[in-house]
Design a protein around this ligand. Sequence first.
Ligand SMILES: [Zn+2]
Length: 237
Amino acid sequence: MERKSLADDSSLENQPAICPVENCTAMVKHTHLLRHMISEHLDARARTLPFQLRMREVVSGQSTLLMLTYRQLIVDHDQCLAVLNWCYHNPIDLMAPQLDLPPCHQGLSSHLPVLVMVCKTTWKALLKQNEDKLTNTSSRDLTNEWGTVYIIWLVSPYTRRPIYARFGILNSQSQCLELQNRRRIRNFASRMPISQFINGLDPFYVTINEEQLDELCDSRGNQASVFLDVTIEGPVE
Ligand SMILES: [Zn+2]
């Protein structure tokens, strides 16, 4: 049976979309997400990210530890912590190749770029966003009310089948806090279903309260840090 090329897929899921990095308004094709991340966000001279973005090649089941100085995150700011270039044994079946990469990154063409995203916010801001989209109250004013919460999720270009990942949080003594079990990697072109997320039905996001992080963490204040453990498991075969 002849396989339909991904390039011919005209579904909305495969249309160019706004870059998932906060304050970047570039429209990015699914085949050019890695090129965009390398050229616009990975360069140490680029000022678009307050944290140094990491890039790494991973296979299924391989764990990546990312340091998270969580108190330093900007409120309501979608932060990209890393790009994990996931290697799959049969990529043609699953996703389109990444195109126009710089020569030194050509080897990543058949990998899936997975962006590790985190956002610090409050439950109140999330509920407000859901209830009243017209009100323009800054959520900065709300950070001391209700709890501060960290939302973690992964985005990638369109894939033919859902890809799953597992998350954990570790402290410097390798004490681990398991987060909600397996989560799906989200298509970067799809929008966040906030109401589903609040109802706990959403398959993409994990949440952790600041109190939980503080309990796990041995230092306090702005330097407080934990390690986010991300493992891409792959599709359900
Ligand atoms: Zn961007």
